[in-house]
Ligand binder design. Structure first.
Ligand code: SF4
Length: 718
């Protein structure tokens, strides 16, 4: 049973004609499944419901073909086919005991509508009066007053399809300055001079009329709400005072529209929705409270708040204090779909806490990417691999003694899952004095402390598994392993940054020439605290993610004079996908870090390194060069064992596997997945080869059996 102090989170809440069973609201978020992959979507959302989320939304759902965001895979409610696919999704959510919600959106000027080559409409009153004041491709046409009723009816028709599919909650999107409703509302976009522009009432007219029509159409079959961005923030990332402000018009919006909604889902942010979904580098728990926290006083309807909620204590406080009626979250439920159930059932210490890395978000931003998570390797695998985040089948070969070498993210995950699969004996051995591998230094980079949860969650799980023994401070050679007595060996020895890294840009190792007098360090050496680091540091980055900028920030904060050079068009370009780039660049600038993108390095003259930019060469004084480049797999031990295969049988060894970075250096999410995958499939005919997964796609003459692994359509044999 839940401790009393969390009971408030499990109270039912009336939302118009519906009642949510508790206060956990899984907000709309992209998965890459949309309505095009209904089984993946259904299994994904259904798992959240089973995990205790009282309200489970799907994702931004286009109301009509002219408001299509291809190549992004999002929801669609355009026709009977979309209704049919949505029904399956809703059924799974209902089966888990949750209310099912859909977020309808007319994407307005964000619509590329490239699938049907149609024309979306924007708020602008008259075509040809100047450029569209948005940061997107500007493909939308002016919406004439005579066309407004037609566009409003697109919302109504989509809402009717939503209730036909069985959705309980219909949210109209009015956040992130993304939808037509928000563009009408916000002065930055709305320059109309007709009845839908100018005064507050005029700008709010489109929202009011559309909500009224949708509500009248669906009646008591669904509750209707608004996902409202109460502050579009300051420039340059926001819209400034011509946007929506929490201390400006936002309270008035709530008061003005309160009688035509059943609930409010409150968020922040302008076109750059990365300010709403900030990573843990810049945002703490409940970071949106200063914008959304006082809004409840302006409405009589239930209010949802979001903001990196992770702690049950914070959640209970938010409800108790009257800040909100629902705890809204996407990432917390991606990282742990069973978060509510664990709070309810007294398993708080078992929560797989979101680290706020935004790897999930990066997949959504990469258009067509399927969702993944650093913490939860089962996310997105509910249907196609039939993985459940909390339950594990007893392994058919559980009586085999297993040795996992390396206690980084991959080794920890593998040992934990093997333990949960009931192996009699698993030994997890690492040369270091602590578990965690590369995360031990990564989590010391500025703002990355929360990434330690990847280690801490698994450490805690291992502490409860009596069949898994962790042995630290022990470096094993091939001889040691052959003497160990293990039947199955898993090598998870990680990877390291190469000082002579080959750049993916020119396929050559960096060469500063023979006259360079400074030292050259890798990120691990910098973070070891043992290396001598000169005053003037040049960070050469071809890695492209957080390590280069993180090292630059770390050293600049320590007082070093830092220059960053990269052949990429931005310093840490993957940070754009995790929506951390803008704030990272700003923080580096504030620390005085000079950044040279799209640049290379020439041959040094003693302590001077020429930085080759597109505009010419700039000499930079360098005492220490930090190479953040290619990572090389530490696969030597695996190779040694392979070379001694003839000795395995005498040693009682049957199989040796390689996982994580020692197999292929990649994201931490991939390392965790690799360890999980092997442990899930350790009793398959050939665990080194991933089992086939169900491919969901359009199939001619398909039957439901075709979407099972046993189905002929999934067979890889000819
Ligand atoms: Fe949280 Fe990172 Fe997982 Fe996203 S990928 S849910 S931010 S841990």
């Amino acid at each position: 049973m839940s401790a009393d102090r969390y009971d408030i989170l499990f109270e039912p809440v009336v939302i118009g004609p519906k009642t949510a069973p508790n206060r956990f609201w899984q907000t709309p978020h992209a998965t890459g499944f949309g309505t095009e992959y209904p089984d993946m979507q259904a299994a994904y959302r259904g798992m959240k419901a089973v995990g205790g989320w009282g309200v489970v939304f799907t994702e931004a759902t286009s109301v009509a073909p002219e408001t299509d965001k291809v190549p992004y895979v999002l929801g669609r409610l355009w026709d009977e086919g979309d209704v049919r696919n949505s029904r399956r999704i809703v059924e799974r959510i209902h089966a888990g005991g949750a209310l099912a919600g859909v977020e309808l959106e007319y994407h307005a000027s964000m619509s590329v509508a490239s699938e049907g080559r149609l024309v979306a409409h924007s708020v602008d009153p008259v075509a040809g009066e100047g450029p569209l004041p948005v940061a997107y491709a500007g493909t939308a046409a002016a919406l004439r007053e005579s066309d407004i009723a037609r566009v409003q009816d697109l919302h109504v028709q989509a809402a009717l399809r939503a209730v036909d599919a069985g959705y309980d909650l219909i949210t109209l999107h009015c956040g992130h300055a993304a939808s037509l409703i928000s563009h009408f509302l916000i002065p930055y976009y709305n320059t109309r001079t007709d009845a839908y522009g100018g005064s507050f009432e005029n700008r709010a007219r489109f929202a009011r009329e559309t909500l009224t029509q949708v509500r009248a159409a669906v009646g008591d079959r669904a509750a209707v709400g608004l996902r409202f961005g109460v502050d579009t923030l300051d420039g340059p990332l926001g819209l400034g005072d011509r946007g929506m402000r929490h201390d400006g018009e936002a309270p008035r919006v709530l008061q003005h529209l309160d009688d035509v909604v059943d609930y409010w889902d409150l968020i922040i942010g302008g076109v750059d929705w990365g300010q709403d979904a900030q990573s843990s580098r810049t945002a703490r728990e409940n970071h949106e409270a200063r914008f959304t926290g006082r809004m409840k006083r302006y409405t009589a309807k239930p209010v949802v708040n979001v903001g990196r909620f992770n702690s049950p204590d914070t959640m209970a406080k938010v409800i108790r204090s009257g800040q909100a009626d629902f705890i809204g979250a996407a990432r917390a439920g991606i990282s742990d779909p069973f978060l509510p159930a664990k709070i309810r059932d007294g398993g708080i210490e078992d929560i797989r806490e979101c680290i706020g890395c935004n790897m999930c978000v990066s997949r959504a931003n990469m258009a067509n990417g399927r969702i993944i998570c650093t913490q939860n390797p089962t996310i997105g695998e509910e249907f196609r691999r039939d993985w459940h985040p909390e339950t594990f089948e007893t392994a058919g070969n559980r009586d085999r003694a297993v040795l996992v070498v390396g206690a980084g993210p991959a080794g920890l995950e593998c040992a934990m899952v093997l333990g949960k699969r009931g192996f009699d004996m698993v030994h997890l051995v690492d040369a270091a004095e602590e578990v965690g591998g590369s995360l031990n230094w990564i989590a010391r980079l500025p703002g990355r402390q929360e990434w330690r949860h990847v280690v801490e969650y698994r450490e805690h799980q291992l502490s409860k598994l009596k069949n898994v023994t962790t042995i630290l401070g022990t470096r094993l050679s091939a001889d040691d392993i052959l003497d160990y007595g293990a039947e199955i060996v898993v090598i998870a020895t990680g990877a390291h940054y190469a000082a002579d890294a080959v750049s993916p840009y020119d396929r050559r190792p960096l060469s500063l020439g023979d006259t360079y007098r400074g030292n050259v360090l890798t990120p691990e050496e910098v973070m070891s605290g043992e290396a001598t680091i000169g005053d003037r540091v040049l960070v050469w980055d071809t890695d492209g993610y957080f390590v280069g900028p993180g090292i630059a920030e770390h050293l600049a904060a320590l007082g070093h004079d830092v220059t960053a050079v990269t052949p990429a068009s931005a310093f840490g370009p993957y940070l754009h996908q995790t929506m951390e780039d803008a704030r990272m660049t700003e923080d580096l600038r504030a620390l005085g870090v000079r950044i040279f993108p799209s640049s290379g390095l020439g041959h040094a003259d003693a302590d001077t390194v020429p930085v080759k930019t597109l505009a010419g060469s700039v000499d930079v004084g360098v005492d220490t060069l930090v190479v953040v480049g290619q990572r090389v797999a530490d696969s030597g031990l695996y190779q040694d064992l392979q070379d001694r295969r003839s000795e395995w049988s005498q040693a009682g060894l049957t199989s040796v596997y390689s996982i994580g970075d020692s197999l292929r250096p990649s994201f931490i999410a991939d390392a965790v997945f690799s360890g999980h995958r092997l442990a899930r499939e350790i009793d398959s005919p050939n665990p080194a080869e991933p089992r086939p997964y169900i491919r969901e796609r359009r199939l001619l003459n398909a039957t439901e059996t075709d979407f099972t692994l046993a189905g002929r359509a999934q067979s890889r044999t000819v």
